[in-house]
Design a protein around this ligand. Structure first.
Ligand SMILES: [Zn+2]
Ligand SMILES: [Zn+2]
Length: 92
């Protein structure tokens, strides 16, 4: 995991650099939303980002769709980690 990113903070890290990166990202997001509201509904591919992990983490969107996507992502992540731990145990 790379520290000093909003993504890291969103994954539960409370490192000082990550907190700072997160508040920076939040500030930028707010500014961008005010200055370019049209950009805030589309990602680079012109697709709606809502309902994706990207919407939640990348844009800091907390709409129902994005929260659901993030919950699913976090759950999948947890399952994957649990599986990895299990595999590691089996190796020992
Ligand atoms: Zn971190
Ligand atoms: Zn959203």
């Amino acid at each position: 995991m790379r520290h000093g990113t909003a993504y890291c903070y969103n994954m539960g890290c409370r490192n000082e650099e990550c907190k700072r990166a997160y508040s920076e990202a939040t500030k930028k997001f707010r500014q961008a939303r005010v200055q370019h509201p049209e950009r805030m509904t589309q990602n680079a591919q012109g697709k709606n980002y809502h309902g994706t992990e990207y919407g939640y983490v990348g844009y800091g969107c907390k709409c129902d769709d994005c929260r659901a996507a993030h919950a699913k992502y976090a759950r999948d992540n947890r399952l994957r980690k649990a599986k990895q731990r299990q595999q590691q145990k089996e190796m020992i």
